[in-house]
Design a protein around this ligand. Structure first.
Ligand code: TXE
Length: 503
């Protein structure tokens, strides 16, 4: 176990290029989920700070150096950001683990990969082209400008704080927007380190990237309702996402939402069994199940069900629970106390619904004897898709195994859910792979792999899993709007009382 820190680290937040506390002077503590001990103090911002940050972002967008910078220079600035992330990747990962308890092996892989987002979108900055339109009028020269939407608010969760920020920040900066970021109250520290080590060092002008820290309802909502905010990009729970969407609609903001999931991971009897077993395990137990794309519903064809479950349990049993800062640890603690209670509550619900617990099923202690908030990797069989354990997002290391007969049955069960974020298919049949990919209603279908993401591939949800897409070339559209320019080079006039709808 880590020692209790004798002195808490004190962070400030970053508004208009300056380090500051909350205007109220309030602070809150952030804890290490492994030790359960507080290790840092974070400014507890409120609406006053949110308003200051939005005003700073608005000035930077309207009149600051950023607004006058060429797109090529923006792209260069983004490459500086990428290089600085590369330099500090390991340190940033360690801070993330300290705050969210996820495995260093996963968080370090994320921070090492994150520069690619800034290289990719940085390269796009001076390739955002408008177009000339051959409009159906004589003597006209019409064109479309693509302009940045303006000030954007980002609200992010605790499970992958920097990665999910980068998915928003890189396309927003490439488009020429300015931003205010509110990280989760559980994991603010890595973003504040990022601001110091990366954004400040990269000489990004004041006001372009601002951070306010604190609680969602207090400092998050003012960022969603502020009239000068043009776009809100949110990642978090579905209930919060619905509220954010409703509030943002009142002032007609653009919104993108990346919400929860209950993703089906579908194993056919023609799969390579060992690959599918590993895929099923990493689908649910990686990140202690705290990922929106967790393959939490494992659909197994009845012909191989018993054999598959036996192999699955045998492998899952070997998982090493322990200190998430060590590279050999395979399962870390749950990030927050409410999340820990929620997961244990769902385990009870599953048992009361009649699902059969074949592995785990309760709190755990890490192998080193230390640690807080550990839950045993848990597998339920005999799950019916109508049960709450199959329909609701647990966000923990709890797998529901559901039997199916054939392809049609698998598709029916996979789609009989409010969510539509990820999905997996394990098969060696090319025909079946493509057919399933077409029929599953989800933003991502992985075939013979699971939980892969890339800056090049769009990511987002169908149904209650969200709105819009992050990543890939199309993500930049979420930070741009079109302006139609009409130039009449011929005679004007005509009937002044009638709209010019015809040539
Ligand atoms: O998320 P919240 P919570 C799911 C998962 C989890 C559940 C609840 O099922 O168990 O959501 O987790 C900010 N206005 N996911 O409570 O509340 C909040 O401060 C504006 C899925 O931690 O959605 C934080 O910054 N902002 C998920 C962010 O919203 C508000 C990741 C997310 O917190 C706000 C996390 C408000 N009224 C949880 N209320 C994923 N998609 O990966 C809260 N916030």
């Amino acid at each position: 176990m880590q020692d209790r820190p004798t002195k808490l680290v004190e962070y400030q937040t970053y508004i208009d290029g300056k380090w500051t506390g909350a205007q109220s002077g309030k602070m809150f503590e952030t804890s290490d989920p492994y030790t359960g001990e507080a290790w840092a103090r974070i400014p507890e911002c409120d609406k006053v700070d949110a308003d200051l940050a939005v005003e700073a972002a608005s000035r930077a967008f309207e009149t600051g150096p950023w607004s006058k910078m060429t797109a090529t220079a923006r792209g260069k600035a983004m490459r500086r950001i990428a290089q600085l992330i590369e330099k500090h990747a390991e340190h940033l990962a360690q801070i993330e683990v300290r705050d969210n308890g996820k495995l260093i092996s996963e968080m370090a892989a994320q921070t090492k990969y994150l520069p690619e987002w800034f290289y990719y979108y940085g390269g796009m900055a001076d390739k955002i082209c408008g177009s000339v339109v051959p409009v159906d009028r004589p003597d006209h020269f019409n064109y479309i400008l693509r302009e940045p939407v303006g000030v954007c608010s980002f609200i992010t969760p605790w499970n992958s704080p920097l990665m999910l920020t980068g998915w928003k920040l890189a396309p927003a900066l490439a488009a020429g927007c300015t931003v205010v970021i509110k990280p989760s109250e559980y994991t603010s520290a890595s973003l504040l380190e990022f601001m110091k080590l990366v954004i400040e060092e990269a000489d990004i002008p004041p006001g372009v990237v601002n951070v306010v820290t604190g609680y969602g309802a207090v400092v998050g909502e003012p960022l969603v309702t502020h009239p000068k905010v043009a776009k809100v990009a949110f990642t978090g729970g579905t209930a919060t996402g619905a509220r954010v969407n409703e509030l943002a609609a009142r002032t007609f903001k653009k919104v993108s939402l990346e919400l929860g999931g209950k993703s089906p991971n579908i194993v056919f009897d023609d799969c390579i069994l060992d690959d599918a077993v590993s895929g099923a395990i990493s689908g649910i137990f990686a990140a202690t199940g705290q990922t929106c794309i967790a393959g939490s519903r494992l659909l197994v064809q009845e012909t191989i069900h018993d054999q598959f479950v036996e192999k699955l349990v045998a492998m899952a049993k070997q998982a090493r629970l322990g200190n998430p800062q060590l590279y050999e640890t395979q399962v870390g603690p749950v990030t927050t106390p409410p999340q820990y209670q929620k997961i244990l509550g769902y385990i009870d619900i599953a048992k009361s619904e009649g699902a059969r617990c074949v592995l785990g099923g309760g709190p755990a202690t890490a192998e080193d004897g230390g640690g807080k908030y550990f839950v045993k990797p848990t597998i339920f069989t005999g799950v019916d898709n109508k049960m709450r354990i199959a329909q609701e997002e647990v966000f923990g290391p709890v797998l529901s195994v559901i039997k199916f007969k054939d392809e049609d049955d698998a598709v029916r069960i996979a789609n009989d859910i409010a969510y539509g974020l990820g999905s997996g298919v394990w098969t060696q049949s090319v025909r079946r792979a493509h057919s399933m990919a077409q029929k599953i209603k989800a933003g991502t279908v992985w075939v013979n792999t699971y939980r892969a993401v890339s800056f090049t591939m769009p990511f987002g949800g169908y149904k209650a899993s969200g709105l819009g897409r992050e990543n890939g070339a199309e993500a930049i559209d979420g930070y741009l709007q079109s302006k139609s320019v009409w130039i009449n080079n011929g005679p004007g006039g005509g009937n002044p009382f009638i709209m010019k709808t015809a040539g």
